[in-house]
Write a protein that binds this ligand. Structure first.
Ligand SMILES: [Zn+2]
Length: 93
């Protein structure tokens, strides 16, 4: 959620701009801010939220396409998993 002013900040449950950014640990200080959608109140400078999202994307990319000489660690194959564990995810009564 984007926060642009004091009213939005207070409604989001963030009492002051002296609260620290969940990414860089510096005081929030100024708008715009970004609040995570989790139940916990993670709030970020807008630039820090962008940096965090970029890190997640890079991590995901290198997980699925690791640079040489590394090899992919896992192959996600739903059909093979279903074959090995038929009905494995169903809850038993
Ligand atoms: Zn920050």
């Amino acid at each position: 959620m984007l926060i642009f002013n004091d009213e939005q900040r207070l409604r989001a449950g963030i009492r002051s701009l002296s609260k620290r950014c969940s990414y860089c640990s510096k005081a929030l200080g100024a708008y715009p801010l970004i609040l995570s959608d989790d139940a916990s109140l993670y709030v970020y400078h807008a630039a820090c939220a962008a940096a965090l999202a970029t890190e997640i994307l890079v991590d995901l990319y290198t997980f699925f396409r690791p640079p040489t000489p590394y090899h992919q660690l896992f192959v996600l194959d739903a059909t093979q998993a279903a074959h090995q564990h038929p009905g494995g995810c169903e809850r038993k009564k």
